[in-house]
Structure formats: C-alpha cells, structure tokens
Design a protein around this ligand. Structure first.
Ligand code: HSE
Length: 436
C-alpha cells in the first residue's frame, strides 16, 4: 500500500494524543483511505514529552530542522502552539512545499491571511480542523458539507473552560473566583486562564469561522470580545428568574448583502434554547444556512483524544489529496466575497439585560426610563427586588429588559444612567438573544 510520511512537531497533550490514536487505529485508517499514514518523525525539544510514546526511539528527535529538512516527509503537523516558533515552523514547511496540519487557532486568527497566501504561493495546502472546537468537524462542515449555502447566522459555545465555569456557577450557586480555582485544581482551566476567561480563545475561533463562512478575512481585531469575569452569581440568579441562562457565545451574523458582525460575549439565552443545556466542557455550534436551514454540532472542544480525532481527519484529507495527485483539492481558504463589509459593535442590534444598583427612593424608575426614552430605547420589562443587593447593602437591584436596540445607543444611555446620583454602582449590561 502507498504511504504518506508525516512529521509531528510538538508532542504535548494533543501531540501525544495524535501519536497514540494514529498508532491504535492505523490499520483501520489505512483500510478506509487506501493509503497508510506513516508517522516518520516525532519532535519535541522537551524529551520528557516524547518519552513513553508508542513509537520506535529512532522516530523521535528534539531537532525540528531534522523533520522540516527531510525531503521524504510530505506532511508536517504543527502542535507547538503560540504565534512565535509555530509560525516559523509552518512557513518553513510550506516554503518547502510540504502540507501542514495545525490546531493553532491563535496563529491563524492573527496571521491566517499570510499563512494561507504562503500555502497558495508554494502550491501546497494547510489544514486546520482542530483549531476550532476540537473534535467537532465544523471546518469541514462549513467548507464542504454546506458548500451550497450562505450563512446568515452561526453561533455557539466554543470555549469549554468558560462553559465549565458558567455551568458550575449556574448549577451550584458558587462565585466565579471559587469555580475558577476549582477548575484550575482539576485541570479544566489553565494556570494562566486569561485567554479563555477574557474571551480571546473564543474570539480566535470566531474569527476563523467568520472568515471561512463569509469568504473574506474578517481579522481578529474586528472581532468584538468580552469575557466572563464580570458575570456574577447574582446576575445568573436574576437571569434564571426571568427565564434565561447565561452562556459565553461566539456570534457571527450577516453576510450576503449585509455587513458581517463577529462578536464574543456573555449572553442571556432562553432556558428552552438547546444551547442552554450544553454544560460542562462541551462545545456546541449552530449553523444556519440559507439552503440547509438550521443545524447543530455538539462535542468536546478540547482534550487529547477529541482534538487528535480532528488532526487525524486532516491527515486523511492530506493523504487522499496526495494519493490522487491533487494537493490543493479543497484549498485552505478561498477569498471569494468582493466588497465585503463588517458591522462594528456600535451598529450591532441586540436585546439587553441591564442591572442597575439604585437608591430605594421615589422617582428612580422614572429617571432611568426618561434616559432610555430620550435615546429611543424601548423597555420590555422592569423588575425591582425588595431585598437589598447582597454586595451593596444600602441599595436595591433594578432590572430592565430592553427591546432590540443599537449597541452604541444602549452604551451611551447607560453612561448617562450611571451619572444619575441615584445610581450606586456601575450598571451591568448583558446582551440577550433568542436566535429565532
Ligand atoms: N482552552 C480551550 C477551551 C480549548 O477551554 O475550550 C482550546 O481552544
């Protein structure tokens, strides 16, 4: 049987998973493809990472140049991570005409245009299924399964760490910092959780999905991002009373004749929405196509096995392309949308949850309602709690649910509201979506 030679650079958790699962299911994969995936080299400069892997010692090397410089290695898997050495590895491999497989969402979100252009220039290809939502085949679905569609709406839970934290806060009534500390102890959150909890990781994935779905490079800097650090237990409880669950969502709307908006932020969604039941470390992505209608993908967005499943599916595509002599069949990224425009967050329309902390005295609701009315913003409901807010004992919480309004209008109205003397703390603003 014909074989394709593979060099793996970066043998951490996902790299180790790729070695284990490629070895375990090697015969099955070869039977399915009619070509064998031969792991020729495994490289990590840290020998403790490669020790114990189920490959002969002769396969292992600490020297990336030995892998990149081997003319018989057809595919390089980059699992180094980050945007430094990983970028050098990928550009070097592409310049030698090798096919690249990567899980590196940060690198693609920040430098995707340059990397995809390098693949085209050198008549080769780069695959990145594992970069978005681990084991969920969302890249392949958008690029191939849904090739007949425009995508007016893509949204979902794309970060397992944040979903784990919010799920436990919701189920157990605990505060953010306590759940984060426990998640770190259990290994569900990184020692430095910044990229996850501040929304950067979700924004990387949203940028890749938006660009692929809409056929132009939307750019990481144009993705609006808010993380989950400011989501309090109190807001989770009030949202629950009102019929909503709080999730960190990536939302990509628009396209075709409309500008595209790409945003990541905590969102109130109705309890009855299927995403409200996606809990723990799981990811789920909903895709609405103008031909296919509504679809939903659910699975593990991280971890050695789930992510290596996606890496191996990319290897299979690379191997089949090689077998049939068509390396660029299904190119990595095709810019096909002319005159594409982005909608800034100012122009985004949403519904809103506002939690004000107010002095409990006459006329407060009227003052706040006047500011909203002057901004042309319509109130959907008002809720005042009799009991003082736990963290602001001399004031009471006052919740406004707003009808659809422009983001800039809401932010400017909230700034005015927060300057009223009756307001005792900065107002909490969370967007509300139903995706009907
Ligand atoms: N840290 C990510 C998550 C997985 O928690 O989902 C890798 O993107």
């Amino acid at each position: 049987m014909k074989q394709i030679n593979i060099g793996l650079i970066g043998a951490g958790i996902v790299g180790g998973g790729v070695v284990k699962n490629l070895t375990r299911n090697s015969d099955l994969i070869a039977e399915r493809l009619g070509i064998r995936l031969n792991l020729k080299r495994v490289c990590d400069k840290d020998e403790s990472k490669t020790k114990g892997l189920p490959v002969p010692a002769s396969v292992i090397t600490p020297d990336a140049q030995r892998v990149l410089g081997d003319p018989d290695t057809h595919v390089i898997i980059e699992l180094v991570g980050g945007t430094g050495f990983a970028k050098t590895v990928i550009l070097d491999a592409l310049s030698r005409g090798k096919v690249v497989v990567t899980a590196n969402k940060a690198l693609l979100a920040h430098h995707g245009e340059e990397i995809f252009a390098a693949a085209t220039k050198h008549n080769t290809n780069i695959f990145y299924e594992a970069s978005v939502c681990g084991g969920i085949p969302i890249i392949k679905a958008l690029r191939e399964g849904f090739v007949a569609n425009h995508f007016p709406l893509i949204y979902g839970i794309v970060n397992g760490t944040c979903n784990y934290i919010l799920s436990r806060m919701t189920a157990e009534g605990k505060d953010f910092n306590d759940v984060l500390a426990e998640a770190q102890k259990l290994g569900y959150a990184e020692a430095d959780p910044t990229l996850d909890i501040e929304g950067g990781d979700s924004a990387h994935k949203a940028t890749i999905l938006a660009s692929l779905a809409h056929g132009f490079w939307t750019g990481y800097d144009n993705t609006y991002v808010e993380g989950i650090k400011h989501v309090s237990q109190f807001d989770i409880q009030i949202a629950r009373e009102l019929g909503y669950t709080i999730k960190l969502l990536a939302i990509i709307k628009g396209g075709d004749a409309q500008p595209v908006e790409v945003r990541v932020h905590p969102t109130l969604i109705p309890h009855s929405h299927v995403l409200a039941s996606v809990n723990g470390v799981f990811n789920a992505v909903a895709v609405r196509g103008d031909v296919v209608g509504d679809t939903m993908f659910y699975g593990r967005g991280a971890g050695a096995d789930a992510t290596s499943s996606a890496v191996i599916s990319d290897l299979a595509d690379a191997a089949l392309n090689y077998k049939f002599g068509s390396i660029q069949r299904v190119p990595a990224f095709v810019a096909h949308r002319l005159n594409a425009r982005l909608r800034t967050i100012d122009e985004v329309e949403s519904r809103y949850y506002l939690r004000l902390t107010v002095a409990d005295e006459s006329g407060v609701i009227a003052k706040v309602a006047t500011v909203l009315a002057e901004a042309g913003i319509s109130i959907a409901s008002v809720l005042q709690r009799e009991a003082p807010e736990p963290k602001a004992p001399n004031s009471v919480p006052l919740i406004f649910m707003l009808h659809t309004a422009k983001d800039a209008a809401v932010r400017s109205a909230v700034e005015k509201i927060d300057r009223l003397p009756v307001i005792k703390q900065k107002t909490v603003v969370i967007r509300v979506e139903s995706f009907e």
